[in-house]
Ligand binder design. Sequence first.
Ligand code: F6P
Length: 407
Amino acid sequence: MEKNAIVGQSGGPTSVINSSLAGVFQACSMRGAPRVYGMLNGVQGLLEERVCDLTERLSSYMDIELLKRTPSSFLGSCRYKLPEPDEDESVYIKLFGILEKLGIGYFFYIGGNDSMDTIGKLSEYGKRTGSDIRFIGVPKTIDNDLMLTDHTPGFGSAAKYIGVVMKEIIRDATVYGNRFVTIVEVMGRNAGWLTASAALARGEDCEGADLICLPEIPFHIDRFLEKVERMQKEKQSVVIAVSEGVKLPDGRFVCELSDDHRTKDAFGHINLTGTARYLSNLVARNMPTRSRAVELSILQRCGAHISSRTDITEAFQVGGAAAKAAFEGKTAMMVALDRLSDDPYQCTTKLVDIKEVANYEKKVPVEWINEQRTDMTQEFLSYARPLIQAELTPIFINGLTQHIVGV
Ligand code: F6P
């Protein structure tokens, strides 16, 4: 008798993480898994035996179509760090006991760096204890910072969102013809891929951002103020994209200079909001100009009304490729995207060793940032442009986008 499959979603949500869920679900069902279970709130929920039966819940074609268009994590998410097995084996004994009870042979986790750490630890423990469960990671993160994959599902849609809203912000910021500095804060803790996507806005109908600040380049407050002052001598309205993760030369995040209260997640990451607000206040205090901070915040993660169809399709494909790998006996792997060419854009999937992905971060190559450290080069644009192509029209009901919810 064929074994059942289980799938979980973990970390920050994206616009297309549910498309990967749909890919895993369909491929496992087609390959003969009698039941496909979903972990509610990832491994944390699994430890409390909170699971749902997706085979029952996703029973129609319409469910799958809605799932592909529904942002955020259908199954709920968690930021939960598994202990090292040598420190606390009881968690593993409990988890493997639950998996055995559910008759699981295939385990999928859709997530970013921290989630790949979970797959790494579970597969290692499984190997050590002779379990035949296969553990496969499915990449996801708007931050695009996973190693060994050309890009991550979720990034293309967030980059498209940022490109679109930057164009709209730039139109708004120029309307009065007065001195104005607009500072737009973009997510991305240590890697500036998303902030770099602000460069996509420039085109024949848009002058583009005037300054792009990534966490890869140390941020000097005095030089920043000088630059803004200089730019405003040439242009009344200056629009700046700044990463939430920009750091001072001493390694502190710029937002830590503000006196906002900060909390930490289970992985010890502090929450980084407030960079744009801090810089905007500084500008207004030091120059005769109005300044406004725009925090894109969670809007950029779940803006599924403007998803990239390329991204949705690839998210679905990596889910399917994960199921194929597991059913072919692979374990301790992550599915990666392998770009064959930029133009025409062609991309396929491959498998990479989970140990080489978990807990590493891929940064924006500094050669893709211009010499003045104000903008991105053509290499970045050629890399990012294919990922934002095409749209999948949302299903509108009563004037609003329709989602599938409620497991
Ligand atoms: O998913 C990644 C990410 O969006 C980061 O860019 C951001 O720093 C972080 O998640 C914040 O997520 P949350 O506030 O949900 O923990």
